[in-house]
Design a protein around this ligand. Structure first.
Ligand code: SF4
Length: 695
């Protein structure tokens, strides 16, 4: 434990870990953070915090920070430290050289959900206006892109419908493919408080997560589905609602599109969509599923919260639409205590998506082919924009392997470690001629990079993050950037080096531009956020001053809510005699994502390796005991972990976290992906597990 001394002043800022977006007071002595104290007026956390936000901020000044730009001619040569001017000029000339040789669309960029809204906006502007291509994507591609698609299709916009506080009015809470106790701890506490007051709980998850049975909370129904069968479960729940007369007819008649509703009813009512028909595939007892569906439909207020166990599947978008269908049919959207709520894993997943980081959308989820929107941005930016969508991240890899994609600007995202099928990603990156990595640490992706631009932590910059409830909160600089520039400044400098100067001197000006060009952000400005603490988009002249706590109150954003049939298709990952188990993945409380931050803090002492959880039956069959080393082999690759024998698992299903690069969780995940968005199917991998000697 380091003693930093007594604080002299404090600065209110926002946690840079998960999508709860807790407010913190950074208590300072000079330019040094003494401690982080949860902010009692923070609307997302009301004075609460977890072990990540409270204690794991020391990575920001860790000795591994890279503070000098570096370049090299090839990835086989050592890095050379250079000045910012040399690094930026070199990066810009490489982009220009490659575009001159291979064409305008041979380059692209990736924005980060770790960075601020303003930084994500600037990266997509750089790619579209300075590079002249729509080849921009966000790391949300690999987590919540199906939320964007599914909620966009059904409700008309890609966002959670409620505030976190809304859970205090829920009578029934349904948690699907999420483990809030580990991944969203402060919200989990709020949820548990409501459960202790008597709200009922349904958990749909292959594992017995903490919420299923903890000392103070017990789920009325746990549906322990087999990985990959989400769509069958949600369709079977819809079957129960429709065939047992549980539809909220008045709500549907007033709020929803009648034709699509009738088609959906006809579809889900078919006998092949009943809980009994799906029992063998899902492993969920039909009677339990029927009881859970009745509980949800009868509410009176039922709220759904879901996570990556919904989205990271080949049918991720179908499942999101299935959830939205069910909520609309039961009249569970548009007031407090109900709703459909994606729990965002990273601090600014919502924001990076809002800011136009997708190759087909400009800020505010407006399609690039829309002439009116495009001309608005063309006028503001002084360029002509391509009306055709660009490449998604996996398409960039494919194009690189085809020799057509040659340069990538990657800000705050370690694609080698976080994207599926690591070998495939590495092979694609090896084919590129210029990879520019901007990060605070020399990450795994930097092994394939030619230019390294030092990044900045959340303590070194101003800006905003948007949490899972659409709440926009300020990030405030508490210390000067360790490497001279905050991330937003680096993007501005790179743009200038490319001959497209951006004239910003502070992120507040960037937010003013976002507000001027994006109707749902029209009322967002720093002065208002400073005064109110935070605002929730949509925030404009049509909403309250602080924005919109509950969405779709009188009408859905798209007008009438639209239903989509959800045909269940079994995952292509089949268990066989060679690969008889299904691997699924998740998070643990003390660590965060690929561990780049938490592993460099005292949190590492609590959980310092990824483990393979397996059921006692599967362990016994393989002669594996708790703590033994096991080899895990899939069709994509092989890795070695220590075993954790646990009754939390069901037989036939194994589980691991993905916080340690040396564990190589993504060496074994496949590159199957969601049909609509290419979000990887991390949650279903057929594997074999065998006892091995210590590696
Ligand atoms: Fe940070 Fe999330 Fe923990 Fe809050 S719950 S302190 S936002 S990691």
């Amino acid at each position: 434990v380091t003693f930093y001394g007594q604080p002299e002043h404090s600065v209110i800022t926002t946690c840079a870990y998960c999508g709860v977006g807790c407010g913190f007071k950074a208590e300072m002595k000079g330019n040094t953070v003494v401690r982080m104290t949860p902010w009692k007026d923070g609307k997302a956390n009301e004075g609460h915090s977890c072990v990540k936000g409270r204690f794991a901020w020391g990575y920001a000044t860790h000795q591994d920070r890279i503070t000098t730009p570096m370049i090299r001619a090839s990835i086989h040569e050592p890095w050379q430290e250079v000045s910012w001017e040399v690094a930026l000029t070199h990066a810009a000339s490489e982009i220009k050289r490659i575009q001159a040789k291979y064409g305008r669309d041979s380059v692209g960029g990736i924005t980060s959900s770790r960075c601020t809204n303003e930084e994500a906006y600037l990266v997509q502007k750089l790619v579209r206006a300075a590079f002249g291509t729509n080849n921009v994507d966000t790391c949300a591609r690999v987590c919540h892109s199906p939320t964007g698609y599914g909620l966009g299709q059904t409700f008309g916009t890609s966002a959670g419908t409620q505030t976190f506080k809304s859970v205090e009015h829920a009578d029934v809470i349904v948690v699907i493919g999420a483990n809030p106790s580990d991944a969203h701890p402060v919200f989990a506490s709020r949820m548990k408080k409501r459960l202790r007051q008597g709200a009922k709980l349904v958990v749909i998850d292959p594992r017995k997560i903490d919420l299923v049975a903890s000392p103070h909370v017990k789920a009325q129904h746990h549906l322990p589905l087999k990985p990959g069968t989400n769509v069958a479960v949600i369709t079977a729940m819809a079957h129960v609602v429709v065939t047992e007369g549980l539809v909220n007819q008045a709500y549907v008649a007033e709020r929803c599109d009648d034709k699509s509703f009738q088609q959906w009813c006809d579809f889900v009512a078919r006998p092949e969509n009943s809980p009994e028909a799906f029992e063998a595939d899902t492993g969920v007892p039909a009677a339990e599923l029927r009881a859970a569906a009745r509980l949800y439909a009868q509410g009176p207020n039922s709220a759904i919260y879901y996570g990556l166990g919904v989205t990271e599947h080949s049918q991720g978008s179908t499942m999101v639409m299935g959830i939205a269908n069910l909520a609309m049919a039961c009249g569970m959207v548009g007031r407090e205590g109900v709703g459909v709520n994606p729990l965002r894993g990273q601090n600014n997943v919502q924001g990076s998506c809002d800011m136009g980081s997708f190759p087909h959308e400009l800020p505010g989820y407006r399609h690039i082919s829309d002439t009116t929107t495009r001309s608005l941005f063309e006028q503001a930016w002084g360029v002509t924009l391509n009306p055709e969508p660009g490449l998604r991240i996996p398409n960039m890899f494919e194009a690189a392997l085809d020799g057509e994609f040659k340069a990538l600007y990657c800000q705050g995202e370690d694609i080698v470690q976080s994207d599926p099928n690591t070998q495939h990603v590495a092979e694609a990156l090896s084919q590129m001629e210029c990879i520019i990595v901007q990060d605070i640490f020399l990450n795994e992706t930097a092994k394939y990079a030619h230019v390294f631009l030092p990044g900045s932590s959340f303590l070194e910059k101003d800006g905003t993050f948007t949490n899972a409830e659409r709440r926009i909160s300020r990030v405030r600089q508490v210390m000067p950037p360790m490497a001279r520039y905050a991330d937003w400044e680096t993007t501005v400098k790179l743009s200038e080096a490319l001959g497209y100067p951006m004239h910003y001197t502070h992120p507040e000006q960037v937010m003013a531009e976002i507000a001027a060009l994006t109707p749902s952000f029209a009322g967002v400005n720093y002065a208002k956020i400073d005064r109110l603490g935070s605002v929730q988009w949509p925030c404009n002249d049509d909403t309250d001053e602080a924005g919109t706590p509950t969405m779709h109150i009188d009408r859905f954003v798209r007008g009438k809510g639209k239903f989509y049939p959800t045909q269940y298709l079994a995952s292509s990952e089949k268990v066989t005699r060679r690969f008889p188990l299904l691997l699924t993945t998740g998070r643990i409380l003390s660590q965060y994502n690929v561990g780049a931050q938490t592993r460099r803090t005292a949190n590492n002492a609590w959980h310092s390796e990824d483990l393979l959880e397996l059921h006692p039956h599967d362990a016994q069959e393989r002669g594996v005991k708790d703590g033994d080393w096991v080899g895990i082999e899939s069709r994509a690759g092989r890795t070695v972990l220590r075993a954790l024998v646990s009754e939390r698992m069901q037989p036939g299903v194994v589980y691991t976290t993905f916080h340690f690069p040396e564990s190589g969780a993504n060496v074994i995940t496949t590159d199957a992906s969601d049909w609509a968005t290419n979000c990887p199917e991390y949650k279903v991998t057929a594997v074999q597990v065998v006892a091995v000697a210590q590696p």
